[in-house]
Design a protein around this ligand. Structure first.
Ligand code: SF4
Length: 82
């Protein structure tokens, strides 16, 4: 964890650099991580039908806003079947 917030997901960094990061066009969907039996709460951030970031609520009594690397970045394995 970066205590200063200087580290950010690469997707967000790249989109901000390209000027395409637009939180007003993003939706947030609550779900549960299925990678392991802990079942952490996830918030999936979607922009233009693509997952751009995964977080966990800071007020969650289990994760306190933290996720392991699989929960935070495993969305690359999600397939869009739409
Ligand atoms: S975020 Fe990590 S610890 Fe939590 S359910 Fe997913 S894989 Fe398990």
């Amino acid at each position: 964890m970066c205590p200063t917030g200087a580290l950010s997901p690469k997707t967000e960094f790249d989109m901000r650099a390209a000027g395409t990061w637009d939180e007003s066009r993003q939706t947030e969907t609550a779900t549960v991580c299925a990678y392991c039996g802990v079942g952490c709460t996830l918030t999936v951030h979607v922009q233009d039908n693509e997952i751009v970031k995964v977080t966990s609520p800071h007020d969650n009594p289990v994760t306190h806003g933290n996720l392991c690397i699989k929960g935070r970045f495993g969305y690359q394995h999600v397939q869009n079947r739409g």
